[in-house]
Design a protein around this ligand. Structure first.
Ligand code: 16G
Ligand code: MG
Length: 574
């Protein structure tokens, strides 16, 4: 086999010398692929092009490669591989990615040969790779390096250029299902989602313009560009004011979903949200060459995307100027409530489950379990774990508190809904519910969390239920919580179990956490090593903010003392 492709491998060697690896640099394919300062990534991109071509030969399907560093600062970049159905690549291939990335120049062929042999890949097969990139200034040259890698192995590539991460996941899935999931074009994506949205919202025909209005913070990234492209397709069904559209601000700087969730405050660049300057025309936006003043009032709905538009959070400010965040947990609850109501009306017996992580606010879990009576599953942090768990149910709603999530329908569930929607013998409320479920499936991007698709689903639900953002917010009240980080010499000394909710090492840490938690009411706390930063993360919640802050601090101290903290001891927050 090796003999047959000698030419290709000569080409790989020749080309790889144009994308040299800085010697000694070691990077790991983590939960979100490779991610670091863009200046270290050229060889990684070239090699991921090669690896994607091999994965394509192995799976006999199209593979995706997305160049983005999501919510990281503009100077960073990253890359993620997308498997045939739009999922993340398997753990074994994450390992190959790390292996290939770290091989010194002279060991590259041996590293490739090793993967080919281990996976019995027929390298004479065709390889097809879809490539996409975000708006970072380094993304153009880095995505070219990916294309070079695919070409060096003799593979075919399609460059989608600027797309959101979930759009590329969608394209890959469409391509590998021969169009059954939709057309593998950006245009196809817009028309599928906007048609579904229009079908959903026609059930809420008496919406006022105010109710149709949504303020969108695009994080100065790709999401802003793409939601603007989609605007025309949405006609009058949704009126968006798009801020942080990349025309002046910096990507992710003091804006976007990650900033809003972590800082628990409004983004900059969305004029006056949260500064109490209500009732004034606060922004002038250019639309179709015309200037329009926009007023943002208390209670107006706002949402923020992250830098590659796979995360979304909502928020509003009340008449006292207080900021209210509706995170992934609130989104999951809204979607779950809506789906349960429709399934009831349609008299369909399908099991709905909600998949969360340890970060889910305790109030959301309690509400979903006690009031909604849905199955709750808790997984480790990281999209792939949630996605995998959600696949086990008829309908699996999964969301991380940070706003990454979507809904998965099993094939059988989709078929049942489809049959009912087409059943000529039913009518009235049951028929209407079946049709709404059918459109709900179409508006959702099931391949991965998608800010644009989630936004349309949320907007449709609020419209259909005639619900304001405040009413949505009061479904349950979040328990006050605090997240802190602790620097330790080696964060791998922390080992966890029970979906990261309990620490098994170092010795004594969990006992210390248990006794600290007992001092507070409605309290909970856990620690875990971060997968993306060299720190240990601490989470605490309690019945008051003071309690949550004090507990988080005390647990941080326990981590510092028992897990080899470095630098100054953590100080109390107040
Ligand atoms: C990555 C994960 C995200 C997770 C975060 C946790 C993906 C695509 N992204 O960004 O789901 O919430 O890591 O970061 O899986 P941490 O390990 O640093 O807390
Ligand atoms: Mg992201």
């Amino acid at each position: 086999m090796f003999f047959l492709v000698t030419d290709n491998f000569e080409e790989v060697l020749k080309q790889s010398s144009l994308h040299p690896k800085p010697s000694g640099l070691v990077l790991e394919y983590g939960t979100s692929g490779f991610r670091t300062n863009a200046k270290h990534l050229d060889h990684i991109m070239f090699r991921m092009g090669i690896l994607a071509a091999l994965r394509s030969q192995k799976t006999k399907a199209t593979i995706g490669v997305m160049v983005t560093a999501s919510h990281n600062p503009e100077e960073d970049n990253g890359v993620k591989l997308i498997d045939p159905m739009g999922e993340m690549v398997t753990p074994a291939w994450e390992g190959y990615a790390t292996q290939l990335a770290n091989a010194e120049q002279e060991d590259l062929l041996a590293a490739l040969k090793d993967i080919i042999e281990k996976e019995s890949i027929n390298v004479s097969l065709e390889a097809n790779v879809f490539v996409g990139k975000d708006t970072r200034s380094s993304s153009a040259r880095l995505s070219q390096a990916v294309l070079d890698g695919v070409k060096a192995l003799g593979g075919h590539s399609k460059d989608y250029g600027l797309v959101t991460t979930p759009q590329l996941h969608y394209m890959v899935c469409c391509q590998n299902t021969q169009g059954k999931y939709g057309a593998a074009t950006v245009e196809g994506y817009y028309s599928k989602l906007s048609q579904a949205f229009s079908q959903l919202t026609k059930n809420a025909s008496n919406r006022t313009d105010d109710q149709k209005h949504l303020c969108v913070d695009g994080a100065n990234g790709i999401g802003a560009l793409k939601v603007r492209e989609m605007e025309g397709h949405l006609k009058n069904d949704l009126q968006m004011s798009i801020f942080n559209d990349g025309s002046k601000g910096t990507l992710n700087l003091h804006c976007g979903a990650d900033f809003v969730k972590v800082q628990q405050k409004p983004p900059t660049g969305v004029p006056s949200v949260g500064n109490g300057d209500w009732g004034q025309p606060v922004a002038v936006v250019e639309e179709n060459g015309l200037s329009r003043s926009i007023e943002i009032n208390p209670g107006d709905r706002c949402c923020s995307f992250d830098g590659d538009a796979d995360r979304i959070v909502y928020y509003y400010t009340d008449s006292q100027g207080h900021f209210h965040l509706l995170d992934g947990d609130k989104i999951a609850t809204l979607i779950c409530t809506f789906l349960k109501e429709l399934l009831n009306q349609a008299a369909l017996d399908l099991k709905v489950a909600v998949v969360q992580t340890a970060y889910a606010n305790g109030s959301s879990t309690r509400y979903l379990e006690d009031v909604m009576k849905v199955i709750i599953k808790c997984t480790k942090t990281g999209v792939k774990h949630l996605h995998h768990a959600a696949q086990e149910f008829d309908i699996g709603v999964y969301f991380e508190a940070n706003g990454h999530g979507t809904v998965l329908f099993s094939k059988a569930a989709e078929e049942k809904i489809q049959q009912l929607a087409e059943d000529g013998s039913i009518s009235g409320e049951r028929k209407k519910a079946a049709l709404l479920l059918q459109s709900t499936i179409s508006v959702i991007n099931q391949t991965v969390g998608d800010a644009i698709s989630d936004m349309l689903l949320i907007e449709a639900i609020l419209a259909i239920k005639g619900m304001t953002v405040q009413q949505w917010d009061t479904i349950y009240t979040d328990l006050p919580n605090r997240q802190l980080k602790v620097k330790v010499a080696d964060r791998r000394v922390i080992d966890t179990t029970d979906a990261e909710r309990r620490a098994v090492s170092p010795a004594g840490l969990q006992d210390a956490i248990d006794s600290l938690v007992k001092k507070y009411r409605q309290a909970r706390s856990f620690v875990r090593p971060s997968g993306t930063e060299d720190v240990v993360r601490v989470y605490a919640e309690a019945d008051t903010q003071e309690g949550a802050d004090a507990l988080a601090h005390e647990v941080s101290l326990a981590v510092y003392r028992l897990a080899g903290g470095v630098g100054d001891e953590p100080q109390p927050l107040h």
